[in-house]
Design a protein around this ligand. Sequence first.
Ligand SMILES: O=P(O)(O)OC[C@H]1O[C@](O)(CO)[C@@H](O)[C@@H]1O
Length: 352
Amino acid sequence: MHLQTFSTPEEASEAVANLIISRINAFGPTQHHKFVLGLPTGGTPTRVYEILAERCEASEISFEHVISVNLDEYVGLPPTHEQSYHHFMEEHFDIPPSQTHILPGVPIHPIQIITGTDPSAASEWESDLKAHQVSCAAYEALITYLGGINLLFMGIGANGHIGFNEPGSSFESRTRVVALNEGTWEANARFFEDKSRVPTHALSMGLGTILDAQEIIVLALGSNKAEAIRRAVEDGINHMTPASVLQQHERVTFVADSSAASGRKEDTKEHLKLQSQSQSHSMHLASHGAAKSLITNSTNPPIDAAIDTCTSTTGDHGQRTNARPIVTLLAKGEVLLDHSEEGDEGDSLPGL
Ligand SMILES: O=P(O)(O)OC[C@H]1O[C@](O)(CO)[C@@H](O)[C@@H]1O
């Protein structure tokens, strides 16, 4: 797991956009070899989407052979509703609809918002639920059919949720109907006329679905995410912080602005800094042969910036072959350490 911190939301968003671009370009998608990109909604990713659009305009990246799959969608909002995630993606991410996949949260019965409190809606809800379960199973099948998710970009809720997997979600969970908890309902009320209009249910990729992605990037911006980030990266893996399960994934990068990273404990920051330094030091001491096996065996290239500068990359997702001298790749590790306002950007967490 990597945690990269940046002074501002702008820098953090730019880092995520760069990461996405470098991964897609390194993959080299073609008509018969598409790149599958998992995408979030919410307030966090909007600047990343703007930057991607700018880079697309500048021909630095093409989404022609990219397929997107969204993490989640509210239940009960038609795609035309301005707070549906269908509508959000149309507004923020400009790729042809034929390449975009979003869970269909639209109700089968004409209920605009399912509050779960209206008894007359109960039977409609029951039958809608069955239809949604079929959609969720179909979505899982779709992801499998696409060959899995190459890169999954996500935000994180203030309570540590990822997708709409609220605290208590099973680590094995697959795409399903979920009930939103009070905190999420309140947090997302800012997007609606009032809190009572926020759907109480959603369809969401499960934690098991998320863990199946080959690589994951989590972006966190703002002080209201500080506690979630601290719990996700410093506490043990536990159900009350769904994002903590990412600790067991081999290729995860948390990107945070300084406010979102501010909750981390001082002694942990120090520990992580030492880990990074000793990792970097031992890399320098490693013989060329040992270093080579370290790199080629790794499914988690240690330094993302290094990949951006590779003169030749083939294959995908940790199977890259690097035409540059290994030493260049290793030496790049120190560059990330220098970027941090606190000297801890690019920290490698213990156990890497
Ligand atoms: O980016 P925001 O609006 O803070 O939301 C955080 C997370 O919450 C969700 O919107 C779900 O509530 C996720 O899709 C998002 O990543």
